[in-house]
Design a protein around this ligand. Structure first.
Ligand code: SF4
Ligand code: MG
Length: 315
């Protein structure tokens, strides 16, 4: 709640601080146990930063993160280590997170060693169990990451995230680097695993089509702000925020009877280092009013449909 991450911009002759990038600027949401919350937005909207903040891979400038009634934001490193068994991440490029010189067995065993879980024997058993779960087999344990296809490597990335029996998985663009045909396989695998282990997902992606496929609820970010959040169906059928409407108009609908008009967006994406005053979207919004240029809209919700836009202000 109230999550912020401001990065200082340094530079100039003396290397001083020139300003700051408000990568995440006052973002609040909750995730229900067992659901998938999708977070979408263009690159640079702060969605990845939000994911990393939740795990405290980077420290928040302000705000609070609570996981099962425990406040992560104020935890000591040793408490945080325990929580990190429960929260795992899956990344876009599994190759970067898989040590190329280690066998798959060693890669998968590592999180257990880090967290001091199990005997050697038990760890091995779990490695082989998890390989099966993600659709690989014991046969793959002795191989190296480069011997796998992209889709298989992401399966290994997922197996690695599952090793510590987490409750929450934060997946940051997990299928964006894969061919479309492979994307569906990996998404279906993630869905199956979620059911089997009762997992909760935060699924971050720039691709609304992908997010729709997997999410129960979807939040939309723009320039560091959460601008709309609703149940998936509701968001896709009844988008409220002008920016969400633009984003959706560019996504092909699975139902050929539903034709959306393509809404062209004007202007360039402003720099996050210098976001427009008031509503951050006002420089590109076709429905911009005077108040939008000066006053940041406060988010409000009805029936779980949250939107931050002056068009919906109830005053
Ligand atoms: Fe457009 Fe104003 Fe709503 Fe921003 S607050 S999206 S500028 S109508
Ligand atoms: Mg990103």
């Amino acid at each position: 709640s109230g999550l912020k991450k401001y990065f200082p911009i340094t530079g100039g002759l003396l290397g001083g601080v020139k300003g700051e990038v408000k990568a995440v600027d006052d973002v609040s949401f909750h995730v229900r146990k067992g659901e998938t919350l999708g977070i979408v937005g263009e690159s640079g909207c702060g969605k990845s930063t939000t994911g990393r903040l939740l795990m405290r891979l980077i420290e928040a400038s302000d705000g609070k993160i609570v996981f099962e009634d425990k406040e992560i934001t104020s935890m000591s490193m040793s408490e945080l280590r325990k929580i990190r068994r429960d929260i795992q991440m899956v990344f876009q490029d599994p190759y970067a997170s898989l040590n190329p010189r280690h066998t798959v067995e060693k890669i998968l065993e590592e999180p257990l060693i880090v967290h001091g879980i199990g005997t050697k024997e038990e760890r091995k058993r779990r490695v082989h169990e998890m390989l099966e779960v993600v659709g690989l087999s014991s046969y793959h344990a002795r191989r190296y990451p480069h011997q796998f296809s992209g889709g298989q490597r992401q399966r290994i990335g997922i197996a690695k995230a599952l090793m510590t029996k987490p409750k929450l998985i934060i997946a940051d663009e997990p299928v964006s680097a894969l061919d479309v045909s492979i994307q569906a396989q990996v998404l279906n695998l993630m869905k199956d695993i979620q059911k089997e282990f009762g997992l909760t997902y935060i699924f971050i992606s720039h691709d609304l089509g992908v997010v729709r496929h997997i999410s129960d609820r979807v939040g939309v970010m723009y320039l560091g702000r959460l601008i709309e959040l609703a149940d998936s169906e509701e968001l896709y059928e009844n988008p409220k925020h002008p920016y969400t409407k633009v984003l959706l108009s560019a996504v092909p609908t699975p139902d050929p009877d539903i034709k959306r008009e393509t809404i062209l967006i004007k202007g360039e994406l402003p720099s996050p280092a210098n976001p427009p005053l008031g509503c951050a979207f006002h420089t590109r919004c076709s429905e911009c009013m005077d108040i939008c240029k000066t006053t940041r809209p406060v988010g409000q919700g009805e029936n779980g449909h949250f939107v931050a836009c002056h068009l919906y202000n109830k005053e």
